[in-house]
Design a protein around this ligand. Structure first.
Ligand SMILES: N[C@@H](CCC(=O)N[C@@H](CS)C(=O)NCC(=O)O)C(=O)O
Length: 149
């Protein structure tokens, strides 16, 4: 198995956090520098058609993309410690928080950074309005407990 990953990027970091919790430290890693456009090459697109990181290449050559799907697969092959829940209640509440973090926190955070910071013009055709809108939503999500309550 080989994990295509990228430093400082949140979606691959999710997979790394998952691996750390599982105690898995022997997975082969391939670093893709997205700020240098390494994910836009035809070789990488052949693995990951939407040119995104992370991607997990299985031993049979198939490629799993979507960090969440990769974590699901890792949970299947490294079942302990369990991270996705076992009872209907656990799995449903974990799913609920997971979706909240993705949609109410990560998405607006991405708007804020990717549309607001000049370094991200290499990745994004920036829309100025999205940066303050993202910032506002990030702060709205935190103190009033959308995510954690
Ligand atoms: N839904 C995907 C999102 C992956 C994603 O957006 N990854 C970012 C890095 S955090 C990426 O590849 N960005 C490349 C780009 O914006 O061109 C997942 O969860 O794996």
């Amino acid at each position: 198995m080989k994990l295509y990953t990228s430093a400082f990027a949140p979606n691959p970091e999710r997979v790394h956090m998952f691996l750390r919790e599982k105690g898995v430290d022997d997975l082969e890693m391939v670093q893709i520098n997205i700020m240098e456009g390494e994910h836009k090459t035809s070789d990488y697109r052949a693995l990951s058609p939407f040119a995104q990181i992370p991607a997990l290449q299985l031993d049979d050559g198939r490629v799993l993309t979507e960090s969440r799907a990769i974590c699901r697969y890792l949970e299947g092959i490294y079942p302990e410690p369990n991270l996705f829940g076992t009872t209907p209640e656990e799995t449903a509440f974990i799913e609920m928080y997971d979706r909240r973090v993705e949609f109410m926190f990560l998405l607006p955070l991405a708007w804020w950074i990717r549309h607001g910071h000049p370094a991200f013009t290499v990745l994004e055709k920036q829309i100025a309005d999205l940066a303050p809108r993202g910032e506002k939503r990030v702060f709205a999500a935190l103190p009033n407990g959308w995510i954690t309550n």
